[in-house]
Design a protein around this ligand. Structure first.
Ligand code: NDP
Length: 254
């Protein structure tokens, strides 16, 4: 079965809520065991319970992706428990919204360390095992902000543009090891991150809906199909690609 993940082992970062939670549960539906990471253990435990209800195993490992030791710990513990890592979903991400001129170095470093350095270090830690296994699929969650600029989000845009090139760079370097590296670039998805804005500013949500060809924001579960495709044999000849799941956002000119 092309989209089957039975017996696979997938690490999902930022799995406690939003897109990460949906992907964790979606990959479990497809048969994968799931390692769930983020900083908040109690929220991860709740998602782990949803994962186990699918008849697969869930392992909770709290982790801050801006901490290299935490990242290595997740990779090592996953292999200790399951003896393999088939899929890495690099999903944890944050933003600091400020005008570029007002950006403090601390703001910049905070966003880049989670969204870009964390993605690289996680790929590297997991890649060491995948190279030995001679296979694996790494999926980096990018954003439309990786190729279209969003005002007030300079570090976020730079980090996601960086993630797109990281995806291509790792894909060409690790193809010889049987590791595929791809990305998913969503537009506005109604997660806690976005709801924090749209629930306060309905006008902002309306502006996004009007600008989106499909005339609505996306739901977290609408990212799952692309994740299963890229995680599974269905995408065996796809690497270095970032798939847009954006309601047509980047297709629109005027
Ligand atoms: P949420 O804010 O809803 O969830 C973010 C997740 O990341 C949480 O599980 C959070 O858990 C975790 N996280 C944050 N910081 C860290 C850290 N330092 N270490 C480990 N985990 C961390 O975000 P979304 O679901 O909206 O976003 C997920 C990804 O999708 C991000 O990369 C984002 O850039 C991208 N994206 C989102 C879009 C959207 O419209 N929502 C659009 C395009 C891209 P905890 O706080 O417990 O650590």
């Amino acid at each position: 079965m092309l989209f089957d993940l039975t017996g696979k082992v997938s690490i999902v970062t930022g799995a406690s809520k939003g897109i990460g939670r949906s992907i964790a549960v979606g990959l479990a539906d497809a048969g994968s065991h799931i390692v769930l990471c983020s900083r908040t253990k109690s929220e991860l435990e709740a998602v782990a319970e949803e994962v186990r209800q699918r008849g697969v195993e869930a392992l909770v490992i709290p982790c801050d992706v801006s901490n290299p030791e935490d990242i290595q710990h997740v990779a090592d513990e996953t292999v200790n428990r399951f003896q393999q890592i088939d899929v890495l979903i690099n999903n944890a991400g944050i933003t600091v919204k400020k005008n570029a001129a007002d950006y403090e170095l601390e703001d910049w470093n905070k966003v880049i360390s989670v969204n870009l350095t964390g993605v690289f270090l996680f790929a590297q830690a997991v890649g060491q095992y995948m190279i030995k296994q001679k296979n694996g699929s790494i999926i980096n969650i990018s954003s439309i902000a990786g190729e279209t600029a969003l005002k007030g989000s300079i570090a976020y845009c730079a980090s996601k543009g960086g993630v797109n090139m990281l995806t291509k760079g790792l894909a060409v370097e690790w193809a010889k090891h049987g590791i595929r590296v791809n990305g998913i670039a969503p537009a506005y998805i109604e997660t806690p991150l976005v709801k924090a804005i749209t629930e306060v500013r309905r006008d902002y949500a309306e502006k996004v809906e009007a600008r989106t060809p499909l005339k609505r924001l996306g739901a977290p579960d609408e990212i799952v199909g692309a994740a299963i495709y890229l995680a599974s044999e269905a995408s065996s000849y796809t690497t270095g690609e970032t798939i847009k799941v954006d309601g047509g956002w980047t297709a629109l000119g005027l």
